[in-house]
Design a protein around this ligand. Sequence first.
Ligand code: ADP
Length: 395
Amino acid sequence: MSKSIAINAGSSSLKFQLFNMPQEDVVAKGLVERIGLGDSIFSISYGDDQKFEVVEDIPNHEVAVEKLLEQLVALNIISSFDEITGVGHRVVAGGELFKDSALVDDTVIQQVEDLAEFAPLHNKAEAVGMRAFKHILPDITSVAVFDTSFHTTMPKKAYLYSIPMEYYKKFKARKYGAHGTSHRYVSRRAAEMLGKPIEELKIITCHLGNGASITAVDGGKSVDTSMGFTPLAGVTMGTRSGDIDASLVAFLMNKLNITDVNEMVEILNKKSGLLGLSGVSSDMRDVEAASETNEDAKVAVEIFVDRVQKYIGQYVAVMNGVDAIVFTAGIGENSKTIRARIINGLTWFGCDIDPERNDTRSEAIISSEGAKVTVLNIPTNEEVEIARDIERLRK
Ligand code: ADP
């Protein structure tokens, strides 16, 4: 049987999921954390709720890949390395270069490294992960799947900022978006659930996790998305501010005596959003719970709902209509209250949520029978989308 592995490498972590293909069954999944930081934690879950976990020093991603493959054999999850015939690597920044997933060769790895100026921590780690797999399993199909590819269909009017054109021409300063693999997966799945060709549908996909982005998918193509040059833009997130007036950066640097602009950007990325507003947590569960008694937490949830509603409104205008709205990722999939609050403010567009149908964490249509706009809850599955890309691009 042929197995494919989806890899998501971060600066100090490596997540994986192993699939039987083409059945798409998950055989094992796991995580190596604290790579290069001492006391690395390596865990695998497999079979019927079986777990493996060890704490040991894993100095770099190459060693992490070696250990991972050896452990899959040791746990009898695979009988030998030969069973793995494909690997797919998630890459954060594909710039304008990668309009689709790509077969990995030395040139692609170099290009991923060159694009690191758009995602410094991520792209470098992802290139290391690709090299490690190429080294250990040189003959298998290796594919790079970019978070940005799905958004490369955006028209110029959507991806250009209203700043001097030469900054785009010289430096490629533009909107790239993110979460593309998730938006691609859930929009296709929505079309299947609606039983209609995606080419005929206008869909707004709301990926609401710790990072959050909204995408307008017209006829199966991303035509606009809320994240920008980096994932900092768009709606309020766990720790990111989302959209702000850029002059606020200068004003606050002055007030806070900050001289390094990167420090200010760090505040907007790591100390803002739900965390910064509520002072309680970046986790929506905590903020929702605190909002019962804490005014700041209450307003943080109101702002989150408000920003998502505004983007949905914008994208109805961008597409001149909407057939379906999809919720996905941690908050989108799990919080019926947030979904209901968002949709209950959009009834003028023909949205109507059915409270009973909305009482779910699984794949479901959650709007009422006969509502003009269909609202769906679709758990995202970026890993299976990566495994499918391996099959699609296999030579
Ligand atoms: P990441 O972007 O890190 O992959 P996830 O998609 O896992 O994030 O989403 C994490 C977010 O989902 C957190 O804010 C968490 O609070 C939220 N979440 C998970 N379960 C629930 C729930 N039952 N109700 C509200 N929020 C939830």
